[in-house]
Design a protein around this ligand. Sequence first.
Ligand code: FE2
Ligand code: FE2
Length: 151
Amino acid sequence: MSFEKVKEILNRLTEEHVVYLKQVEDFERRLDTEFSPELIDEILKFIDEKIAEHARVEEEDLDIALQEAGITDFDIDALNFGHQTLDEIIEHLKYLVEQYKKGVTTYQGKDIQKEIIKTAREFFTTLKDHFTEEEHFFFPDILKYDLERFE
Ligand SMILES: [Fe+2]
Ligand SMILES: [Fe+2]
């Protein structure tokens, strides 16, 4: 019943937030200045590899570590609810990119490139809010369990 593993995972997740926020800033800047199919591929790769693995650690590894630490009443689903919202935006982004690569130039009467940029921005904004929520709300809530053990 060790809490160390939980803390280790939370530290890792928080460190990843910092790294990924830097990456997001760079992507946001480049969406403005150098839109290209290659940039979009790079963004999708980042989402499919880094962000997906990050979410998996939260949904699976953290859940297991909490159980192993004897914490059974933390609502992990609430923490993971934000991932669904992100997934929906990713799905839409991928659909737009697929259309764009087929040579389709509009989406619902609007320029598809602008829609891709808009959707990618929406993803990044939602991701930033999600990281903030985790760091300010969910992670401190989990860390409280450690303090309670000494009460
Ligand atoms: Fe998350
Ligand atoms: Fe996270």
